[in-house]
Design a binder for this molecule. Structure first.
Ligand code: GMT
Length: 384
């Protein structure tokens, strides 16, 4: 198949899933064309089946807001025409699904029926998409997609609940490449951070409000009072200053390190004992899956799709959003030397169920189904 993938190229779950999916499809022999405004950060290897098309958009003094969606739609049209794509797969509804709709209509005038698959990732539905300023366009463009997938059953339910959706939604969960995300021997690194054998807790995110980084600091502060421990905060975003201030006010700055954005998260996870994800919403929780693949148990909330990933009391624990005391209690239980090895083992075993080799065929089969349906639509729709 010749597949066009549209996504956000920067750090962030949806872009990571889209890029890793494209790489895996290319390895399977499909031709994959990324259409993004900059090179996806994980598009880091050469393969004869991988192509990258940059969306260029001109600014003009009249534009207070450059019309990115138009430039993207135009780029999709040109890539489909020049590369003879079979299918467009857009990740994150806003504004990719509506740009794809526009491209599809333009292509129709040229006698081409271009099937579009939209994958819903989370905040495009749960936070941003619901907002009245976007809702009509999000509803319309989801319904106009030829196929729609969501990354969890919970996100599927939420989509039907919040929007008037007339399409079937296929659930295809996030996945992990266990060749990349695996526990590596990084003893020197562990020794440098935890010279006295302290327990190491880790949080990674984009530090947005939805991640509740304040809860990370509070849970760690409680744990730190009970056992020698350190915390690594990976990533960056609007709430980072707030978290740093909290650590200073609680006088735990010496035990908390903010590492900023990191390319090789798996190296840090390799030395971690516990992963903290106290998110207010989390449609799947890819960062938690990455931790589990590196044998790190997870303390998370029970929100969104997290119960579809975590197994309570097995891979870690889930608590209600904001219940810092419950998360602390569970963290101390998992970190107990008698319990930790079993939790680590269980985390890895669960992560293996989401190995990319299990999930990739679900996407391939879904594409085939959509292409078969499109073959019928082609004759009906292009003629209209
Ligand atoms: O919130 C993030 O971490 C970024 C966001 C994105 O769209 O880039 O992640 C969402 O998509 C991921 C991949 O499907 C999911 O694993 C995350 O749970 C989801 N984030 C939220 O729902 C808050």
């Amino acid at each position: 198949m010749k597949i066009g993938i549209v996504c956000y190229p920067t750090f962030g779950g949806s872009g990571v899933v889209a890029t890793e999916l494209g790489k895996a499809l290319a390895k399977e022999g499909h031709q994959v064309h990324f259409i993004t405004y900059s090179q996806p950060s994980r598009l880091d290897f050469l393969n004869e089946n991988l192509f990258y098309h940059e969306v260029e958009f001109r600014s003009y003094p009249l534009f207070e807001y450059p019309p990115y969606e138009l430039a993207l739609a135009s780029k999709m049209v040109s890539v489909v025409l020049n590369e003879k794509l079979d299918l467009l797969h857009v990740h994150y509804a806003i504004p990719h699904a509506s740009a794809a709709y526009m491209a599809k209509q333009i292509l129709k005038t040229k006698g081409i029926y271009m099937p579009v698959v939209t994958t819903l990732h989370g905040t495009d539905i749960t936070l941003v998409g619901k907002d009245a300023s976007y809702e009509p366009v999000v509803t319309f463009s989801i319904n106009e997609s030829d196929g729609v997938t969501s990354v969890s059953e919970d996100l599927k339910r939420e989509t039907y609940h919040s929007f008037k959706i007339t399409r079937d939604i296929e659930v295809i969960p996030n996945f992990i490449d266990l060749e990349k995300f695996k526990k590596q021997k990084k003893d020197h690194f562990k020794k440098a951070i935890c010279p006295n054998g302290e327990a190491l807790l880790v949080h990674t995110s984009n530090f947005r409000k939805v991640k509740r980084v304040g809860d990370v600091i509070n849970v760690f502060n409680n744990v730190h009072k009970e056992i020698p421990s350190k915390l690594l905060m990976i990533g960056d975003g609007p709430e980072r200053n707030h978290a740093e201030t909290m650590a200073r006010d609680l006088e735990i700055s010496d035990s908390v390190r903010f590492l900023g954005k990191q390319e090789a998260v798996e190296e840090v996870l390799s030395v971690a004992d516990l992963f903290l994800m106290p998110s207010e919403k989390e449609s799947f929780g890819l960062a938690a899956l990455e931790a589990m693949a590196c044998e790190v148990p997870v303390i998370s909330t029970n929100t969104g799709g997290l119960p579809e990933l975590q197994i309570q009391g097995v891979t870690g624990y889930m608590s209600n959003v904001g219940d810092v005391e419950d998360m602390t209690r569970h963290a101390l239980h998992v970190l107990d030397k008698n319990n930790l090895p079993k939790f680590k083992q269980n985390a890895l075993a669960r992560a293996k169920e989401f190995d990319i080799t299990n999930i990739l065929p679900l996407y391939e089969r879904y594409y085939e189904k959509i292409l078969a349906k499109a073959a019928i639509n082609k004759t009906i729709n292009v003629a209209v």
